[in-house]
Design a protein around this ligand. Sequence first.
Ligand SMILES: Nc1ncnc2c1ncn2[C@@H]1O[C@H](COP(=O)(O)OP(=O)(O)OP(=O)(O)O)[C@@H](O)[C@H]1O
Length: 233
Amino acid sequence: MAYIEFNHVIKEYPAGDSTIRALDDADFHIEEGRLAIVLGQSGAGKTTALNILGGMDTATQGSVLVNGRDITRLSHKELVMYRRTDIGFVFQFYNLIPSLTALENVELASQISDDHLDPAQTLGKVGLGKRLNNFSSQLSGGEQQRVSIARAIAKKPKLLLCDEPTGALDYATGKQILQLLQDVNRNEGITVIIITHNNAIAPMADQVIHFRSGKVMGSTLNPSPTPVADIEW
Ligand SMILES: Nc1ncnc2c1ncn2[C@@H]1O[C@H](COP(=O)(O)OP(=O)(O)OP(=O)(O)O)[C@@H](O)[C@H]1O
């Protein structure tokens, strides 16, 4: 059994008298410890799939197993614990609390999980050891994204879900963030899933999953991923 089993998932949203089918029998599996990239055009269902995997949305039909547990069958309380302890999220816009320092932003998220890393050390890991006391307005976009990655990994998640993590960053900064995510995957052993529109970064992944019109059109394994530093686009 794979670590993640996204089995024939259908997701429909009500839209007036009809429904929008965001996922249409979407099916993919990911082994533990992999870095997977999810590609697909706008509206293909990528974010919907990630939100269901992260326990932020629910499937209309199908099952979603994470480490053998069907998260579509969890109670509300179990889902809250799943989001708190098992999942780290990184979004395109960093969603830091502006009135808190970098350290306080990471501390706040760490506190909701009993078993967490030291917030200051985690900020050191992402290269911000000297910026602990800066507010987000005093940090560049890339630095703010590093804080959001530190916030996500300080909870010691088993799975890190990243939705367009470089969408708001320039080329060089985006590349550094992707390198950091590849390092987190390799060094911490966290399974990482990255949604992107940028097909060129596919070689950095162990697995590439293609979405189209709510379906998974293909899932390919890459036995020798390329370090991000060696990829140009
Ligand atoms: N909460 C919602 N209510 C209604 N429709 C929704 C909702 N969330 C998503 N959809 C619809 O489901 C479809 C898939 O959306 P989704 O955001 O998953 O696509 P995506 O591949 O992530 O696109 P993008 O790359 O633009 O973010 C779209 O048609 C979208 O409008």
